[in-house]
Design a protein around this ligand. Structure first.
Ligand SMILES: [Zn+2]
Length: 330
């Protein structure tokens, strides 16, 4: 059984919705692309873990990582000690190796799907319901809600692997989580400055989960990923699943950035002053012009500012780029 191939084919067998393995592990198909795996009660860790991938259908490496993990749970090669919800976000787009069909799914959570009518809007609604059911179980005092939403990026990056920490109103960033991400090979964490429609912001904000959008490198086609580049994150996820991870490692060399400017395209005169193929996290000295619009200019204010996610062809009123600067957490 391949979780990924079955999901892509779209025809999972209704009669095999529940599989019980020899050791009592239960594997349930909740919906196409969604598996809930539950270990036998007496060996369960208290964490409630969500591992999602394929929220953008062309980002294949995370789906292949998850597929291998699920296969190892089925075969018994990986011992399951934590309840896990595995999600392949956008199977229809993944089948076409497209980022999305009509709308960017990762902008539609936290109810934003209500204003849209598209396959992605429906999927966001379904996933919100499934996540709500999963996290509705009472959390033991020693348990944590965890959500790692795995992505790869189209644009190259000076820091290949980075995580976006969703906006936390109380700025109560978890250094234990950042330490874990560093162990997973993540080189930088970007602290968000405001709410958004992402999947990770949704689980963080609604369910108080430790949630992250995790960018693991460059987009490639199915079968073309160099899986050796993902060994650290694969180990980290497997340790979580087998309840071997206790979040004791402190962050060491991982870089932390805060958003210092959210550049919004206001008029048609808007221009980004960066190369089309410039890499995310390109670093600039103070005083460099990065964006301009009618009555607006953004020049870097200090040495060491960097930009992330630049797109100039967004509709007016939308975000065209983030500017970030190094920061630290307590
Ligand atoms: Zn993505």
């Amino acid at each position: 059984m391949s979780f990924l191939q079955t999901t892509l084919s779209g025809n999972f067998d209704q009669s095999e919705r529940l599989t019980i393995l020899g050791d009592g592990t239960e594997i349930r198909w909740i919906e196409n692309g969604v598996l809930r795996v539950s270990p036998k009660t007496e060996i369960k860790s208290s964490n409630q873990l969500i591992i999602s991938s394929g929220v953008h259908g062309n980002e294949t490496a995370p789906m292949e990582i998850v597929d291998a993990i699920v296969s190892d749970i089925y075969s018994g090669a990986l011992s399951l000690k934590t309840e896990v919800l595995f999600i392949i976000g956008n199977p229809e787009a993944a089948r076409n190796q497209q980022r999305f069909i009509d709308d960017n799914l990762n902008r539609l959570f936290s109810g934003k799907h209500e204003k849209f009518d598209s396959p992605e809007a429906k999927r966001a609604q379904v996933l919100e319901k499934i996540v709500g059911d999963f996290y509705s179980a009472v959390l033991a005092p020693d348990g944590q809600r965890l959500h790692y939403d795995l992505h790869t990026a189209i644009r190259g990056s000076e820091l290949e692997k980075f995580a976006v920490y969703p906006y936390l109103p109380d700025q109560n960033w978890s250094s234990a989580q950042i330490g874990f991400l560093e162990q997973c090979g993540i080189q930088a964490v970007l602290l968000s400055s405001q709410p958004s429609g992402t999947f990770s912001y949704y689980t963080s904000n609604e369910y108080d989960a430790h949630s992250f959008t995790v960018e693991l490198g460059k987009v490639r086609k199915f079968g073309e990923n160099d899986m050796s580049r993902f060994i650290a994150v694969d180990h980290g996820l497997r340790d979580l699943i087998s309840a071997k991870e206790s979040f004791v490692n402190k962050p060491n060399s991982i870089k932390i950035f805060a958003v210092v400017e959210e550049v919004i395209k206001k008029t048609d005169r808007f221009q980004l002053h960066v190369e089309d193929d410039a890499k995310n996290f390109t670093e600039f000295p103070k005083g460099v012009l990065l964006a301009s619009d009618e009555g607006y200019e953004y020049r870097t204010r200090i040495d060491g500012e960097r930009f992330v996610f630049p797109i100039s062809n967004v509709p007016c009123g939308q975000r065209a780029m983030l500017v970030v600067a190094p920061t630290f957490i307590e």
